[in-house]
Design a protein around this ligand. Structure first.
Ligand SMILES: [Zn+2]
Length: 68
C-alpha cells in the first residue's frame, strides 16, 4: 500500500528529532528521515504520519555490520 500524502503537507514536515526533511518509503509505509546520522523511520497510519520519536524505527541499526 503506497503512502498517499499531500505533497504540500510532506514538504513542510520535518523530523522532530533533527529537523531534516523526509523521503517516502511506499513499501514500508514510512517516512524516512534523510539525515544519515538520524535516519529514523516514522510510520504512516491511515495516510497520517506519526511523527513521534517513540514510534519511530531506527533504520541505521539494520545496515550497520555487526561489531565483533
Ligand atoms: Zn531525523
Amino acid at each position: 500500500m503506497a503512502v498517499n500524502l499531500d505533497p504540500d503537507l510532506l514538504s513542510i514536515l520535518v523530523c522532530p528529532k533533527c529537523r531534516s526533511e523526509f523521503r517516502v518509503d511506499d513499501e514500508a509505509n514510512e517516512l524516512i528521515c534523510t539525515n544519515a546520522g538520524c535516519a529514523l523511520a516514522y510510520p504512516v497510519r491511515d495516510d497520517i504520519p506519526v511523527l513521534l520519536i517513540d514510534e519511530a524505527r531506527d533504520t541505521r541499526a539494520e545496515s550497520e555490520p555487526a561489531s565483533n
